[in-house]
Design a protein around this ligand. Sequence first.
Ligand code: ADP
Ligand code: MG
Length: 611
Amino acid sequence: MNMARAEVGSKRRVRAALAGAAVLAVAFGLSEYWLYVVNLGLIYAVVAGSLVILTGWTGQVSLAQASFMGISAYVVVALHHHYGIPFVFGAPVAVLATVPFTVIVGFVALRLSGFHLAAATVAFALAVQRFVFQFRELTGGSSGYAAPPLRLFGWDLDAGRSFFFVLAAVAAVLAVAAWRLRSSSVGRAWAAIRTSERAARSLGIDVARYKLAAFVVSGVVAGIGGVLYAVLLERLSPLTFDVGPSVLILSIALVGGIDHLAGALIGGMAYAFTPELARAAGISGNWVPFMLAAAMLTVIALAPAGVAGLLTRRSRRDEPVASGDIDPAALDELAARWGARPPAPSVVVDGVTVRFGGLTAVSDLSVTVPPATIVGLIGPNGAGKSTCLNVLTGFARPTRGTVHVGDRDVTAVPPEGRAAAGLARTFQTPLLFTTETVERNLLMAAHLHSARGLVGAVLRTRPTRHSERASRDEAACVLRALGLGGFARQPVGTLPFGTERLVEVARCLMTRPQVLLLDEPAAGLSGHETDRLARLVAALRDRLGITVVLVEHDIELVMALADRVDVLDFGRLIASGAPDEVQTHPEVRRAYLGVAEDDGQASREVAHAAG
Ligand code: ADP
Ligand code: MG
Protein backbone atom coordinates (compact mmCIF):
# COMPACT_ATOMS: atom_id res chain seq x y z
CA MET A 1 0.00 0.00 0.00
CA ASN A 2 2.72 2.45 1.05
CA MET A 3 4.94 1.32 -1.78
CA ALA A 4 2.17 1.92 -4.24
CA ARG A 5 1.67 5.38 -2.81
CA ALA A 6 5.40 6.14 -3.01
CA GLU A 7 5.41 4.95 -6.62
CA VAL A 8 2.53 7.26 -7.47
CA GLY A 9 4.35 10.10 -5.73
CA SER A 10 7.59 9.59 -7.65
CA LYS A 11 5.70 9.24 -10.94
CA ARG A 12 4.06 12.54 -10.15
CA ARG A 13 7.40 14.20 -9.48
CA VAL A 14 8.79 12.89 -12.75
CA ARG A 15 5.78 14.28 -14.58
CA ALA A 16 6.07 17.65 -12.88
CA ALA A 17 9.77 17.80 -13.76
CA LEU A 18 9.02 16.94 -17.41
CA ALA A 19 6.32 19.60 -17.55
CA GLY A 20 8.70 22.16 -16.05
CA ALA A 21 11.38 21.26 -18.58
CA ALA A 22 8.86 21.57 -21.42
CA VAL A 23 7.81 25.02 -20.19
CA LEU A 24 11.44 26.21 -20.13
CA ALA A 25 12.18 24.68 -23.53
CA VAL A 26 9.15 26.45 -25.05
CA ALA A 27 9.91 29.74 -23.29
CA PHE A 28 13.50 29.95 -24.40
CA GLY A 29 13.37 27.90 -27.58
CA LEU A 30 10.59 29.65 -29.46
CA SER A 31 10.56 33.03 -31.11
CA GLU A 32 8.25 35.82 -29.93
CA TYR A 33 5.90 35.00 -32.82
CA TRP A 34 5.52 31.32 -32.01
CA LEU A 35 5.22 32.12 -28.32
CA TYR A 36 2.16 34.18 -29.22
CA VAL A 37 0.68 31.12 -30.88
CA VAL A 38 1.48 28.97 -27.85
CA ASN A 39 -0.14 31.58 -25.61
CA LEU A 40 -3.26 31.53 -27.74
CA GLY A 41 -3.27 27.73 -27.55
CA LEU A 42 -2.98 27.83 -23.76
CA ILE A 43 -5.99 30.12 -23.51
CA TYR A 44 -8.02 27.85 -25.78
CA ALA A 45 -6.85 24.97 -23.60
CA VAL A 46 -8.13 26.66 -20.45
CA VAL A 47 -11.55 27.26 -21.99
CA ALA A 48 -11.68 23.76 -23.50
CA GLY A 49 -10.75 22.52 -20.01
CA SER A 50 -13.89 24.18 -18.68
CA LEU A 51 -15.84 21.85 -20.97
CA VAL A 52 -13.86 18.82 -19.84
CA ILE A 53 -15.25 19.50 -16.37
CA LEU A 54 -18.78 20.28 -17.50
CA THR A 55 -19.33 17.95 -20.43
CA GLY A 56 -16.65 15.30 -20.07
CA TRP A 57 -16.98 14.73 -16.36
CA THR A 58 -20.55 15.82 -15.56
CA GLY A 59 -22.32 15.09 -18.82
CA GLN A 60 -23.86 18.56 -19.25
CA VAL A 61 -23.72 20.48 -22.52
CA SER A 62 -22.98 24.17 -22.90
CA LEU A 63 -22.74 26.23 -26.04
CA ALA A 64 -22.19 29.36 -23.98
CA GLN A 65 -18.59 28.97 -22.83
CA ALA A 66 -17.48 31.83 -25.07
CA SER A 67 -20.16 33.98 -23.44
CA PHE A 68 -18.69 33.36 -20.00
CA MET A 69 -15.30 34.28 -21.46
CA GLY A 70 -16.85 37.39 -22.93
CA ILE A 71 -18.50 38.47 -19.69
CA SER A 72 -15.27 38.35 -17.71
CA ALA A 73 -13.24 39.85 -20.56
CA TYR A 74 -15.62 42.81 -20.87
CA VAL A 75 -15.80 43.32 -17.13
CA VAL A 76 -12.03 43.47 -16.70
CA VAL A 77 -11.71 45.85 -19.65
CA ALA A 78 -14.60 48.08 -18.54
CA LEU A 79 -13.32 48.27 -14.98
CA HIS A 80 -10.03 49.53 -16.33
CA HIS A 81 -11.49 51.86 -18.92
CA HIS A 82 -14.10 53.48 -16.70
CA TYR A 83 -12.51 53.32 -13.27
CA GLY A 84 -8.82 52.83 -13.98
CA ILE A 85 -8.77 49.57 -12.03
CA PRO A 86 -5.61 47.64 -12.93
CA PHE A 87 -5.80 44.13 -14.29
CA VAL A 88 -4.64 42.30 -11.17
CA PHE A 89 -7.55 43.71 -9.18
CA GLY A 90 -10.08 43.77 -11.99
CA ALA A 91 -9.50 40.18 -13.09
CA PRO A 92 -10.74 38.45 -9.91
CA VAL A 93 -13.84 40.68 -9.91
CA ALA A 94 -14.39 39.92 -13.59
CA VAL A 95 -14.10 36.18 -13.04
CA LEU A 96 -16.52 36.34 -10.13
CA ALA A 97 -18.90 38.34 -12.33
CA THR A 98 -19.46 35.19 -14.39
CA VAL A 99 -20.89 33.36 -11.36
CA PRO A 100 -24.45 34.76 -11.43
CA PHE A 101 -24.63 33.96 -15.15
CA THR A 102 -23.35 30.42 -14.63
CA VAL A 103 -25.98 29.98 -11.94
CA ILE A 104 -28.69 31.09 -14.39
CA VAL A 105 -27.56 28.55 -16.98
CA GLY A 106 -27.14 25.96 -14.23
CA PHE A 107 -30.74 26.43 -13.12
CA VAL A 108 -31.88 25.95 -16.71
CA ALA A 109 -29.89 22.71 -16.75
CA LEU A 110 -31.85 21.42 -13.77
CA ARG A 111 -34.93 21.28 -15.99
CA LEU A 112 -33.39 20.48 -19.36
CA SER A 113 -30.83 18.07 -20.71
CA GLY A 114 -29.25 17.05 -24.00
CA PHE A 115 -30.37 18.95 -27.09
CA HIS A 116 -32.82 21.09 -25.15
CA LEU A 117 -30.10 22.21 -22.80
CA ALA A 118 -27.78 22.92 -25.73
CA ALA A 119 -30.47 25.04 -27.37
CA ALA A 120 -31.10 26.91 -24.13
CA THR A 121 -27.41 27.74 -23.75
CA VAL A 122 -27.40 29.03 -27.33
CA ALA A 123 -30.28 31.32 -26.42
CA PHE A 124 -28.30 32.50 -23.43
CA ALA A 125 -25.24 33.18 -25.60
CA LEU A 126 -27.32 35.21 -28.07
CA ALA A 127 -28.82 37.23 -25.23
CA VAL A 128 -25.40 38.00 -23.76
CA GLN A 129 -24.11 39.12 -27.12
CA ARG A 130 -27.13 41.38 -27.65
CA PHE A 131 -26.50 42.85 -24.24
CA VAL A 132 -22.88 43.67 -25.13
CA PHE A 133 -23.92 45.45 -28.33
CA GLN A 134 -26.68 47.26 -26.49
CA PHE A 135 -24.56 48.88 -23.84
CA ARG A 136 -21.97 50.67 -25.92
CA GLU A 137 -21.00 53.05 -23.14
CA LEU A 138 -20.17 50.14 -20.90
CA THR A 139 -18.44 47.91 -23.41
CA GLY A 140 -17.25 50.14 -26.20
CA GLY A 141 -19.62 48.38 -28.63
CA SER A 142 -18.22 46.82 -31.76
CA SER A 143 -14.93 48.71 -31.67
CA GLY A 144 -14.31 47.82 -28.03
CA TYR A 145 -12.04 49.34 -25.42
CA ALA A 146 -8.38 48.54 -25.03
CA ALA A 147 -7.46 45.87 -22.49
CA PRO A 148 -5.59 46.95 -19.36
CA PRO A 149 -1.89 46.17 -19.28
CA LEU A 150 -0.96 43.19 -17.15
CA ARG A 151 1.62 44.59 -14.78
CA LEU A 152 2.79 43.11 -11.50
CA PHE A 153 5.39 44.71 -9.18
CA GLY A 154 6.52 46.88 -12.04
CA TRP A 155 6.92 43.97 -14.48
CA ASP A 156 5.12 43.92 -17.78
CA LEU A 157 3.66 40.47 -18.10
CA ASP A 158 1.23 40.92 -20.96
CA ALA A 159 3.18 39.68 -23.94
CA GLY A 160 5.61 37.12 -25.20
CA ARG A 161 7.69 35.07 -22.82
CA SER A 162 6.49 36.66 -19.59
CA PHE A 163 2.84 36.23 -20.56
CA PHE A 164 3.63 32.64 -21.46
CA PHE A 165 4.92 32.05 -17.93
CA VAL A 166 1.76 33.61 -16.51
CA LEU A 167 -0.43 31.40 -18.70
CA ALA A 168 1.55 28.24 -17.99
CA ALA A 169 1.27 28.92 -14.26
CA VAL A 170 -2.47 29.60 -14.46
CA ALA A 171 -3.06 26.51 -16.59
CA ALA A 172 -1.00 24.36 -14.22
CA VAL A 173 -2.83 25.60 -11.12
CA LEU A 174 -6.21 25.07 -12.82
CA ALA A 175 -5.21 21.61 -13.99
CA VAL A 176 -4.12 20.55 -10.50
CA ALA A 177 -7.28 22.00 -8.95
CA ALA A 178 -9.48 20.32 -11.56
CA TRP A 179 -7.70 17.02 -11.11
CA ARG A 180 -8.15 17.19 -7.35
CA LEU A 181 -11.84 17.88 -7.84
CA ARG A 182 -12.16 14.92 -10.17
CA SER A 183 -10.65 12.51 -7.69
CA SER A 184 -12.69 13.86 -4.78
CA SER A 185 -16.25 13.28 -3.63
CA VAL A 186 -17.25 16.21 -5.87
CA GLY A 187 -15.80 14.61 -9.00
CA ARG A 188 -17.40 11.31 -8.13
CA ALA A 189 -20.77 12.97 -7.64
CA TRP A 190 -20.36 14.59 -11.07
CA ALA A 191 -19.45 11.25 -12.65
CA ALA A 192 -22.43 9.61 -10.97
CA ILE A 193 -24.74 12.29 -12.38
CA ARG A 194 -23.25 11.85 -15.85
CA THR A 195 -24.02 8.13 -15.85
CA SER A 196 -27.34 7.94 -14.02
CA GLU A 197 -29.12 10.67 -12.14
CA ARG A 198 -31.49 8.08 -10.65
CA ALA A 199 -28.65 6.00 -9.25
CA ALA A 200 -26.90 9.14 -8.01
CA ARG A 201 -29.99 10.26 -6.14
CA SER A 202 -30.52 6.81 -4.64
CA LEU A 203 -27.05 7.15 -3.10
CA GLY A 204 -27.87 10.46 -1.46
CA ILE A 205 -26.23 12.73 -4.03
CA ASP A 206 -28.03 16.05 -4.35
CA VAL A 207 -28.10 16.17 -8.14
CA ALA A 208 -29.28 19.78 -8.39
CA ARG A 209 -26.52 21.08 -6.16
CA TYR A 210 -23.74 19.25 -7.96
CA LYS A 211 -25.02 20.18 -11.41
CA LEU A 212 -25.07 23.82 -10.36
CA ALA A 213 -21.58 23.44 -8.92
CA ALA A 214 -20.35 22.01 -12.23
CA PHE A 215 -21.79 24.97 -14.16
CA VAL A 216 -20.28 27.47 -11.73
CA VAL A 217 -16.83 25.83 -11.71
CA SER A 218 -16.83 25.43 -15.47
CA GLY A 219 -18.05 29.00 -16.03
CA VAL A 220 -15.41 30.39 -13.70
CA VAL A 221 -12.69 28.50 -15.57
CA ALA A 222 -14.02 29.88 -18.86
CA GLY A 223 -14.08 33.31 -17.19
CA ILE A 224 -10.41 32.96 -16.27
CA GLY A 225 -9.76 32.13 -19.91
CA GLY A 226 -11.74 35.27 -20.78
CA VAL A 227 -9.65 37.77 -18.80
CA LEU A 228 -6.47 36.23 -20.19
CA TYR A 229 -7.89 36.41 -23.70
CA ALA A 230 -8.62 40.11 -23.17
CA VAL A 231 -4.92 40.66 -22.44
CA LEU A 232 -3.89 38.72 -25.53
CA LEU A 233 -6.40 40.36 -27.89
CA GLU A 234 -5.82 43.90 -26.65
CA ARG A 235 -9.16 44.97 -28.14
CA LEU A 236 -12.44 43.09 -27.72
CA SER A 237 -15.13 42.57 -30.30
CA PRO A 238 -18.51 41.07 -29.36
CA LEU A 239 -18.15 38.67 -32.28
CA THR A 240 -15.27 37.00 -30.47
CA PHE A 241 -17.73 35.73 -27.90
CA ASP A 242 -20.50 34.65 -30.21
CA VAL A 243 -22.16 31.24 -30.40
CA GLY A 244 -19.81 30.25 -33.24
CA PRO A 245 -16.69 30.37 -31.07
CA SER A 246 -18.54 28.43 -28.38
CA VAL A 247 -19.25 25.66 -30.87
CA LEU A 248 -15.60 25.71 -31.89
CA ILE A 249 -14.49 25.40 -28.29
CA LEU A 250 -16.69 22.34 -27.89
CA SER A 251 -15.18 20.88 -31.06
CA ILE A 252 -11.67 21.60 -29.82
CA ALA A 253 -12.40 19.79 -26.58
CA LEU A 254 -13.96 16.85 -28.42
CA VAL A 255 -11.02 16.50 -30.80
CA GLY A 256 -8.51 16.72 -27.97
CA GLY A 257 -10.53 14.32 -25.85
CA ILE A 258 -13.29 15.72 -23.69
CA ASP A 259 -12.77 13.27 -20.82
CA HIS A 260 -9.19 14.36 -20.26
CA LEU A 261 -7.51 17.57 -19.16
CA ALA A 262 -4.67 16.64 -21.51
CA GLY A 263 -7.26 16.60 -24.28
CA ALA A 264 -7.99 20.27 -23.63
CA LEU A 265 -4.30 21.10 -24.04
CA ILE A 266 -3.97 18.98 -27.18
CA GLY A 267 -7.13 20.47 -28.72
CA GLY A 268 -6.25 24.04 -27.76
CA MET A 269 -2.74 23.82 -29.18
CA ALA A 270 -3.93 22.06 -32.34
CA TYR A 271 -6.46 24.81 -32.96
CA ALA A 272 -3.94 27.60 -32.40
CA PHE A 273 -1.17 26.00 -34.43
CA THR A 274 -3.00 24.71 -37.50
CA PRO A 275 -3.39 28.09 -39.26
CA GLU A 276 0.15 29.15 -38.40
CA LEU A 277 1.71 25.89 -39.49
CA ALA A 278 -0.28 26.06 -42.72
CA ARG A 279 0.99 29.54 -43.35
CA ALA A 280 4.57 28.49 -42.57
CA ALA A 281 4.16 25.65 -45.06
CA GLY A 282 2.99 28.11 -47.71
CA ILE A 283 -0.59 26.85 -47.81
CA SER A 284 -3.11 29.56 -48.62
CA GLY A 285 -5.16 30.79 -45.67
CA ASN A 286 -8.32 29.90 -47.59
CA TRP A 287 -7.57 26.24 -47.04
CA VAL A 288 -7.21 26.50 -43.29
CA PRO A 289 -10.88 26.17 -42.34
CA PHE A 290 -11.14 23.24 -44.73
CA MET A 291 -8.09 21.57 -43.19
CA LEU A 292 -9.43 22.12 -39.69
CA ALA A 293 -12.80 20.72 -40.64
CA ALA A 294 -11.26 17.67 -42.27
CA ALA A 295 -9.02 17.05 -39.26
CA MET A 296 -11.96 17.39 -36.87
CA LEU A 297 -14.14 15.05 -38.89
CA THR A 298 -11.38 12.47 -39.08
CA VAL A 299 -10.60 12.53 -35.38
CA ILE A 300 -14.21 12.55 -34.24
CA ALA A 301 -15.17 9.75 -36.62
CA LEU A 302 -12.19 7.53 -35.87
CA ALA A 303 -11.55 8.32 -32.22
CA PRO A 304 -14.68 9.36 -30.36
CA ALA A 305 -12.62 9.70 -27.17
CA GLY A 306 -10.36 12.20 -28.95
CA VAL A 307 -6.59 12.27 -29.27
CA ALA A 308 -6.06 12.04 -25.50
CA GLY A 309 -8.38 9.03 -25.46
CA LEU A 310 -6.09 7.30 -27.98
CA LEU A 311 -2.98 8.13 -25.98
CA THR A 312 -4.31 7.00 -22.63
CA ARG A 313 -6.02 3.86 -23.79
CA ARG A 314 -4.66 1.34 -21.34
CA SER A 315 -3.79 -2.18 -22.22
CA ARG A 316 -6.20 -3.52 -19.66
CA ARG A 317 -5.16 -6.76 -18.08
CA ASP A 318 -8.40 -8.66 -17.87
CA GLU A 319 -7.13 -11.28 -15.50
CA PRO A 320 -9.90 -13.72 -14.81
CA VAL A 321 -10.84 -13.14 -11.18
CA ALA A 322 -12.99 -15.53 -9.25
CA SER A 323 -15.43 -14.02 -6.80
CA GLY A 324 -14.96 -15.33 -3.31
CA ASP A 325 -17.55 -16.21 -0.74
CA ILE A 326 -19.31 -14.01 1.80
CA ASP A 327 -16.82 -13.22 4.56
CA PRO A 328 -18.63 -12.90 7.92
CA ALA A 329 -15.48 -11.59 9.64
CA ALA A 330 -15.30 -8.68 7.17
CA LEU A 331 -18.99 -7.97 7.78
CA ASP A 332 -18.24 -7.73 11.50
CA GLU A 333 -15.34 -5.43 10.73
CA LEU A 334 -17.74 -3.29 8.72
CA ALA A 335 -20.14 -3.16 11.66
CA ALA A 336 -17.24 -2.00 13.82
CA ARG A 337 -16.37 0.72 11.29
CA TRP A 338 -19.93 1.97 11.32
CA GLY A 339 -19.72 2.12 15.10
CA ALA A 340 -22.64 2.25 17.47
CA ARG A 341 -25.75 3.47 15.72
CA PRO A 342 -29.38 3.65 16.68
CA PRO A 343 -31.37 0.50 15.87
CA ALA A 344 -32.98 0.43 12.45
CA PRO A 345 -36.27 2.37 12.34
CA SER A 346 -39.48 0.70 11.31
CA VAL A 347 -40.85 1.80 7.98
CA VAL A 348 -44.57 2.46 7.91
CA VAL A 349 -46.62 2.76 4.74
CA ASP A 350 -50.09 4.05 5.51
CA GLY A 351 -52.98 4.10 3.05
CA VAL A 352 -50.74 4.61 0.02
CA THR A 353 -52.27 4.78 -3.42
CA VAL A 354 -50.22 5.43 -6.56
CA ARG A 355 -51.95 6.23 -9.82
CA PHE A 356 -50.34 6.63 -13.22
CA GLY A 357 -53.03 8.34 -15.26
CA GLY A 358 -55.94 5.93 -15.22
CA LEU A 359 -53.91 3.02 -13.89
CA THR A 360 -53.80 2.30 -10.16
CA ALA A 361 -50.40 0.69 -9.58
CA VAL A 362 -50.72 0.58 -5.79
CA SER A 363 -54.07 0.67 -4.08
CA ASP A 364 -54.61 1.74 -0.46
CA LEU A 365 -51.57 -0.12 0.83
CA SER A 366 -50.78 -0.17 4.53
CA VAL A 367 -47.80 -2.19 5.73
CA THR A 368 -45.22 -1.88 8.47
CA VAL A 369 -41.71 -3.16 7.95
CA PRO A 370 -40.34 -4.00 11.40
CA PRO A 371 -36.68 -3.25 12.18
CA ALA A 372 -33.95 -5.81 11.45
CA THR A 373 -36.26 -8.23 9.68
CA ILE A 374 -36.43 -9.53 6.16
CA VAL A 375 -39.78 -8.80 4.53
CA GLY A 376 -40.46 -10.53 1.25
CA LEU A 377 -42.66 -8.71 -1.22
CA ILE A 378 -44.06 -10.96 -3.93
CA GLY A 379 -46.74 -10.84 -6.56
CA PRO A 380 -47.24 -11.42 -10.29
CA ASN A 381 -45.70 -9.11 -12.89
CA GLY A 382 -47.25 -5.67 -12.79
CA ALA A 383 -48.57 -6.18 -9.26
CA GLY A 384 -46.95 -2.95 -8.11
CA LYS A 385 -43.87 -4.27 -6.30
CA SER A 386 -41.34 -1.96 -7.96
CA THR A 387 -43.74 0.94 -7.52
CA CYS A 388 -43.80 0.14 -3.79
CA LEU A 389 -40.01 0.35 -3.65
CA ASN A 390 -40.21 3.62 -5.56
CA VAL A 391 -42.67 4.99 -3.02
CA LEU A 392 -40.41 3.90 -0.16
CA THR A 393 -37.30 5.44 -1.73
CA GLY A 394 -38.90 8.65 -2.97
CA PHE A 395 -38.84 7.89 -6.71
CA ALA A 396 -42.64 7.82 -6.86
CA ARG A 397 -44.94 10.22 -5.03
CA PRO A 398 -48.05 8.56 -3.67
CA THR A 399 -51.33 10.01 -4.87
CA ARG A 400 -52.66 9.40 -1.36
CA GLY A 401 -51.22 8.15 1.92
CA THR A 402 -48.00 8.60 3.87
CA VAL A 403 -44.63 6.96 4.41
CA HIS A 404 -42.86 7.16 7.76
CA VAL A 405 -39.31 6.16 8.62
CA GLY A 406 -39.37 5.85 12.39
CA ASP A 407 -41.31 8.87 13.60
CA ARG A 408 -40.45 10.95 10.59
CA ASP A 409 -42.92 11.60 7.80
CA VAL A 410 -40.83 11.25 4.63
CA THR A 411 -43.69 11.26 2.11
CA ALA A 412 -42.43 14.46 0.48
CA VAL A 413 -38.71 13.77 0.95
CA PRO A 414 -36.86 13.28 -2.38
CA PRO A 415 -34.71 10.17 -3.06
CA GLU A 416 -31.44 11.77 -1.92
CA GLY A 417 -33.10 12.62 1.40
CA ARG A 418 -34.40 9.06 1.79
CA ALA A 419 -30.86 7.79 1.35
CA ALA A 420 -29.78 10.17 4.11
CA ALA A 421 -32.61 8.76 6.25
CA GLY A 422 -31.00 5.33 5.98
CA LEU A 423 -32.79 3.81 2.97
CA ALA A 424 -30.74 2.21 0.21
CA ARG A 425 -31.98 0.35 -2.82
CA THR A 426 -31.04 -1.62 -5.87
CA PHE A 427 -32.93 -1.40 -9.14
CA GLN A 428 -34.73 -4.12 -11.04
CA THR A 429 -32.36 -3.40 -13.94
CA PRO A 430 -29.05 -2.66 -12.22
CA LEU A 431 -28.12 1.01 -12.44
CA LEU A 432 -24.38 0.90 -12.05
CA PHE A 433 -21.78 3.39 -13.22
CA THR A 434 -20.55 0.92 -15.81
CA THR A 435 -17.52 2.79 -17.17
CA GLU A 436 -16.11 3.24 -13.66
CA THR A 437 -14.22 0.66 -11.67
CA VAL A 438 -15.91 -1.35 -8.95
CA GLU A 439 -13.97 0.58 -6.33
CA ARG A 440 -15.02 3.95 -7.72
CA ASN A 441 -18.64 2.80 -7.89
CA LEU A 442 -18.41 2.13 -4.16
CA LEU A 443 -16.64 5.40 -3.41
CA MET A 444 -19.38 7.24 -5.30
CA ALA A 445 -21.79 5.79 -2.76
CA ALA A 446 -19.71 6.93 0.21
CA HIS A 447 -20.99 10.40 -0.54
CA LEU A 448 -23.26 10.76 2.48
CA HIS A 449 -20.40 10.11 4.87
CA SER A 450 -17.38 11.49 3.09
CA ALA A 451 -18.35 14.54 1.01
CA ARG A 452 -16.24 17.54 2.00
CA GLY A 453 -17.19 20.14 -0.62
CA LEU A 454 -15.40 22.05 -3.36
CA VAL A 455 -12.92 23.96 -1.26
CA GLY A 456 -11.83 20.99 0.80
CA ALA A 457 -11.36 18.98 -2.39
CA VAL A 458 -9.20 21.60 -4.12
CA LEU A 459 -7.08 22.41 -1.08
CA ARG A 460 -6.93 18.76 0.05
CA THR A 461 -7.56 19.78 3.63
CA ARG A 462 -6.85 17.31 6.38
CA PRO A 463 -10.43 16.20 7.00
CA THR A 464 -10.84 15.68 3.25
CA ARG A 465 -7.76 13.50 2.98
CA HIS A 466 -8.75 11.63 6.07
CA SER A 467 -12.28 10.92 4.88
CA GLU A 468 -10.95 9.84 1.46
CA ARG A 469 -8.68 7.28 3.06
CA ALA A 470 -11.44 6.10 5.40
CA SER A 471 -13.83 5.62 2.44
CA ARG A 472 -11.22 3.65 0.52
CA ASP A 473 -10.63 1.37 3.48
CA GLU A 474 -14.36 0.96 3.97
CA ALA A 475 -14.85 0.11 0.29
CA ALA A 476 -12.11 -2.52 0.54
CA CYS A 477 -13.84 -3.96 3.60
CA VAL A 478 -17.23 -4.12 1.85
CA LEU A 479 -15.68 -5.80 -1.18
CA ARG A 480 -13.95 -8.36 1.02
CA ALA A 481 -17.18 -9.00 2.90
CA LEU A 482 -19.00 -9.79 -0.34
CA GLY A 483 -16.15 -11.81 -1.84
CA LEU A 484 -15.54 -9.16 -4.50
CA GLY A 485 -12.02 -8.16 -3.41
CA GLY A 486 -10.45 -9.24 -6.69
CA PHE A 487 -12.70 -6.99 -8.78
CA ALA A 488 -11.83 -3.61 -7.24
CA ARG A 489 -9.98 -2.28 -10.28
CA GLN A 490 -12.25 -3.77 -12.95
CA PRO A 491 -14.67 -1.51 -14.80
CA VAL A 492 -18.14 -2.63 -13.79
CA GLY A 493 -19.21 -2.98 -17.43
CA THR A 494 -16.78 -5.87 -17.91
CA LEU A 495 -18.20 -7.99 -15.10
CA PRO A 496 -20.51 -10.98 -15.44
CA PHE A 497 -24.14 -10.13 -14.66
CA GLY A 498 -24.28 -12.01 -11.37
CA THR A 499 -21.25 -10.14 -10.09
CA GLU A 500 -22.76 -6.85 -11.25
CA ARG A 501 -25.85 -7.50 -9.13
CA LEU A 502 -23.64 -8.13 -6.13
CA VAL A 503 -21.66 -4.94 -6.79
CA GLU A 504 -24.93 -3.03 -6.68
CA VAL A 505 -25.59 -4.42 -3.20
CA ALA A 506 -22.00 -3.60 -2.20
CA ARG A 507 -22.55 -0.05 -3.41
CA CYS A 508 -25.68 0.21 -1.23
CA LEU A 509 -23.66 -0.84 1.81
CA MET A 510 -21.36 2.16 1.31
CA THR A 511 -24.29 4.43 2.21
CA ARG A 512 -24.36 2.63 5.60
CA PRO A 513 -28.04 1.84 5.19
CA GLN A 514 -30.42 0.83 7.93
CA VAL A 515 -33.02 -0.39 5.49
CA LEU A 516 -32.04 -2.10 2.26
CA LEU A 517 -34.57 -2.54 -0.53
CA LEU A 518 -33.70 -5.10 -3.18
CA ASP A 519 -35.67 -5.27 -6.44
CA GLU A 520 -35.42 -8.81 -7.77
CA PRO A 521 -31.77 -9.28 -6.78
CA ALA A 522 -31.77 -12.96 -7.78
CA ALA A 523 -33.03 -12.39 -11.34
CA GLY A 524 -30.43 -13.71 -13.75
CA LEU A 525 -28.31 -15.36 -11.04
CA SER A 526 -27.09 -18.95 -11.14
CA GLY A 527 -28.12 -21.34 -8.38
CA HIS A 528 -24.74 -20.94 -6.74
CA GLU A 529 -24.97 -17.15 -6.90
CA THR A 530 -28.49 -17.23 -5.48
CA ASP A 531 -27.28 -19.28 -2.51
CA ARG A 532 -24.57 -16.75 -1.85
CA LEU A 533 -27.09 -13.91 -2.09
CA ALA A 534 -29.33 -15.67 0.43
CA ARG A 535 -26.48 -16.03 2.89
CA LEU A 536 -25.55 -12.40 2.37
CA VAL A 537 -29.06 -11.10 2.98
CA ALA A 538 -29.40 -13.15 6.18
CA ALA A 539 -25.98 -11.95 7.35
CA LEU A 540 -26.87 -8.31 6.71
CA ARG A 541 -29.83 -8.68 9.04
CA ASP A 542 -28.02 -10.73 11.66
CA ARG A 543 -24.62 -9.04 11.75
CA LEU A 544 -25.38 -5.48 10.71
CA GLY A 545 -28.95 -5.15 11.97
CA ILE A 546 -30.15 -4.07 8.52
CA THR A 547 -33.82 -4.37 7.61
CA VAL A 548 -34.26 -5.92 4.16
CA VAL A 549 -37.25 -5.55 1.87
CA LEU A 550 -36.86 -8.26 -0.71
CA VAL A 551 -38.88 -8.06 -3.92
CA GLU A 552 -38.32 -11.36 -5.64
CA HIS A 553 -39.73 -13.73 -8.22
CA ASP A 554 -37.75 -16.63 -6.82
CA ILE A 555 -40.44 -17.75 -4.37
CA GLU A 556 -38.26 -20.47 -2.85
CA LEU A 557 -35.65 -17.86 -1.96
CA VAL A 558 -38.25 -15.59 -0.38
CA MET A 559 -39.88 -18.41 1.57
CA ALA A 560 -36.50 -19.56 2.89
CA LEU A 561 -35.29 -16.10 3.88
CA ALA A 562 -38.18 -13.88 4.84
CA ASP A 563 -39.48 -13.35 8.34
CA ARG A 564 -42.70 -12.15 6.77
CA VAL A 565 -44.09 -12.29 3.26
CA ASP A 566 -46.44 -9.69 1.79
CA VAL A 567 -48.30 -10.54 -1.39
CA LEU A 568 -49.46 -7.91 -3.85
CA ASP A 569 -51.91 -8.41 -6.67
CA PHE A 570 -53.09 -5.57 -8.90
CA GLY A 571 -51.66 -3.14 -6.37
CA ARG A 572 -53.62 -4.58 -3.46
CA LEU A 573 -52.15 -6.40 -0.46
CA ILE A 574 -53.89 -9.78 -0.62
CA ALA A 575 -51.92 -11.61 2.06
CA SER A 576 -49.32 -10.95 4.69
CA GLY A 577 -47.79 -13.33 7.21
CA ALA A 578 -45.22 -15.99 7.92
CA PRO A 579 -43.96 -17.80 4.79
CA ASP A 580 -45.88 -21.05 5.43
CA GLU A 581 -49.12 -19.18 6.16
CA VAL A 582 -48.87 -17.22 2.96
CA GLN A 583 -48.01 -20.23 0.85
CA THR A 584 -51.34 -21.88 1.65
CA HIS A 585 -53.41 -18.70 1.44
CA PRO A 586 -56.26 -19.25 -1.07
CA GLU A 587 -56.09 -15.77 -2.60
CA VAL A 588 -52.35 -16.12 -3.15
CA ARG A 589 -52.89 -19.34 -5.04
CA ARG A 590 -55.59 -17.71 -7.11
CA ALA A 591 -53.34 -14.79 -7.95
CA TYR A 592 -50.51 -17.05 -9.00
CA LEU A 593 -52.40 -19.91 -10.56
CA GLY A 594 -55.66 -18.38 -11.63
CA VAL A 595 -57.56 -21.14 -9.78
CA ALA A 596 -59.27 -21.26 -6.45
CA GLU A 597 -59.34 -25.00 -5.78
CA ASP A 598 -56.72 -26.77 -3.80
CA ASP A 599 -55.28 -29.74 -5.62
CA GLY A 600 -52.90 -30.66 -2.84
CA GLN A 601 -49.89 -29.46 -4.81
CA ALA A 602 -50.72 -25.82 -4.60
CA SER A 603 -47.93 -24.63 -2.36
CA ARG A 604 -45.32 -26.23 -4.57
CA GLU A 605 -46.90 -24.73 -7.65
CA VAL A 606 -46.90 -21.30 -6.05
CA ALA A 607 -43.19 -21.78 -5.72
CA HIS A 608 -42.82 -22.51 -9.43
CA ALA A 609 -45.40 -20.26 -10.98
CA ALA A 610 -43.40 -17.06 -10.96
CA GLY A 611 -39.85 -18.33 -10.80
P1 ADP B 1 -44.02 -5.04 -10.59
O1 ADP B 1 -42.71 -4.50 -10.11
O2 ADP B 1 -44.80 -5.71 -9.52
O3 ADP B 1 -43.86 -5.93 -11.77
P2 ADP B 1 -44.60 -2.29 -11.21
O4 ADP B 1 -44.64 -1.64 -9.89
O5 ADP B 1 -43.37 -2.11 -12.00
O6 ADP B 1 -44.94 -3.84 -11.04
O7 ADP B 1 -45.80 -1.77 -12.08
C1 ADP B 1 -47.14 -1.77 -11.61
C2 ADP B 1 -48.01 -1.19 -12.69
O8 ADP B 1 -47.75 0.20 -12.81
C3 ADP B 1 -47.75 -1.78 -14.06
O9 ADP B 1 -48.98 -1.90 -14.72
C4 ADP B 1 -46.87 -0.78 -14.73
O10 ADP B 1 -47.06 -0.79 -16.13
C5 ADP B 1 -47.36 0.52 -14.12
N1 ADP B 1 -46.31 1.52 -14.00
C6 ADP B 1 -45.20 1.42 -13.27
N2 ADP B 1 -44.46 2.53 -13.35
C7 ADP B 1 -45.12 3.39 -14.17
C8 ADP B 1 -44.89 4.70 -14.66
N3 ADP B 1 -43.80 5.40 -14.30
N4 ADP B 1 -45.80 5.25 -15.49
C9 ADP B 1 -46.90 4.57 -15.84
N5 ADP B 1 -47.18 3.33 -15.44
C10 ADP B 1 -46.32 2.72 -14.60
MG1 MG C 1 -40.85 -4.81 -10.81
